[in-house]
Design a protein around this ligand. Structure first.
Ligand SMILES: Cc1ncc(COP(=O)(O)O)c(C=O)c1O
Length: 401
């Protein structure tokens, strides 16, 4: 039998979709409603304002698309660019690869800057491309803030600085799918023109909302961008915003209530505390990996991701077997290695509504699996390293101070 229900909760440690908190589950457990009643527009208006906080923007305009991260990508591209436009895009792992594939299929002229998987975006190449582009043929820079396949976080402030150094007007389009609401993200300060995320990641909602935020410069670009767009057209949304009805088509009512509950939880904890919690859990995970004598796929500390750790296994172990065993034997879901790193890494997702003891449970599970597959791990070594770090770095729970 391939599937049998297991007792207890599944330990969900893939880097999205992540665990949904009880408060959010309860908020979504409701009947459908007439979205043309006054209630849904009133709720949407506040959500569109409140969600700006997770982007750290006051000047941006937000859109809540019934879609996934992939749809949010398409929205960012088609609203701001025209077919044939030159884009510089960084290939550093599976998700940046998929975004580049979408850019090419939408007929943009993509200048791909490739790095070894495990490294961050090559910003020296960006600088040289901008230096050579006095005619401003480059219309946009596309970058995945956090590459979920390899656990690499790119430095967006550095990208903005390079654009500014060359006084280059290219738009800065950022995939924040596995970063926003978990990592430090400053849309206004870093001059990001379009930022986007998906509900199933750090927001800890079900999949199905693509949240897009556009700067005034991006909205201006949308007025002349010629890419064909229908479902994701910002113009339709803006029209309904002005009418006060907010929706050009049927929204997912339950996800809107879920988003309300998710934002309330994040605001109650404090966004900066949420970000600090992610940093704490990620550091603890890295201590465990070190204690196991294994390597982080991320090659330099400056790129370490605080939402996902990709762990490299020795060549005699198939990392997919670790993931298979985790699920079958321990009811633990870990992330597979994807594409170039398939079989070589497994991923521990530590993002969303998650706490220290949950993480330690996952790390204990990983140790047992490692032993099962013949890796000479000392049971308890990673848990000891992680818990020692956590115990020394625990803040008081904000709401209980
Ligand atoms: C960084 C990143 N971008 C984009 C996507 C695609 O999002 P979705 O699967 O919601 O379409 C993912 C999915 O994991 C991701 O991790």
């Amino acid at each position: 039998m391939d599937y049998m229900n297991a007792p207890g909760r599944n330990h969900l440690f893939v880097p999205g979709p992540v665990n949904i908190p009880e408060q959010v589950l309860r908020a979504m457990n409701r009947n459908n409603e007439d979205y043309r009643s006054p209630a849904i527009p009133a709720m949407t208006k506040v959500l569109l304002e409140d969600v700006k906080q997770i982007f750290k923007t006051t000047s941006g305009t937000t859109f809540l698309f019934p879609t996934t991260g992939t749809g949010a990508w398409e929205s960012a591209l088609t609203n701001t660019l025209s077919p044939g436009d030159r884009i510089v895009s960084f290939l550093i792992g599976q998700f940046s690869l998929l975004w580049i594939d979408q850019q090419q299929r939408l007929n943009f002229n993509v200048d791909v800057v490739e790095s070894e998987w495990g490294q961050g975006a090559n910003l020296e190449v960006l600088a040289s491309k901008l230096a050579e582009d006095s005619a401003h043929t480059i219309k946009a820079i596309c970058i995945v803030h956090n590459e979920t396949a390899t656990g690499v976080t790119n430095n967006l402030a550095a990208v903005r600085k390079i654009l500014d150094d060359y006084r280059h007007p290219a738009l800065l389009l950022v995939d924040g799918v596995s970063s926003i609401c978990a990592l430090d993200f400053r849309m206004d300060e870093w001059g990001i023109d379009v930022a986007l995320t998906g509900s199933q990641k750090a927001l800890s909602l079900p999949t199905g909302l693509g949240i897009v935020c556009a700067s005034p410069k991006a909205l201006e670009a949308a007025k002349t961008a010629k890419s064909v767009r229908v479902f994701f057209d910002w113009k339709d949304y803006l029209k309904f915003y002005n009418l006060g009805t907010y929706w050009p088509y049927t929204p997912s009512i339950q996800l809107l209530y879920g988003l309300r509950a998710a934002l309330d939880l994040i605001f109650e904890e404090g966004l900066d505390n949420v970000i600090a919690r992610h940093s704490r859990l990620a550091t603890a995970t890295r201590h465990a990996v070190e204690a196991w004598g294994l390597k982080n796929c991320t090659q330099k500390e400056e790129w370490y991701s605080d939402t996902v750790t990709a762990v490299v296994v020795p060549p005699y172990i198939d990392s997919a077997e670790i993931v298979r065993r985790g699920w079958k034997r321990y009811n633990l879901s870990l992330g597979l290695g994807l594409n170039k790193v398939a079989g070589k890494v497994f991923r521990i997702g530590h993002l969303g509504n998650l706490n220290e003891l949950q993480l330690l449970g996952c790390l204990a599970g990983v140790e047992m699996i490692l032993k099962d597959v013949g890796y000479p791990v000392k049971l308890g070594s990673g848990v000891a390293a992680a818990s020692a770090y956590l115990q020394n770095n625990m803040p008081l729970i904000p709401s209980r101070i």
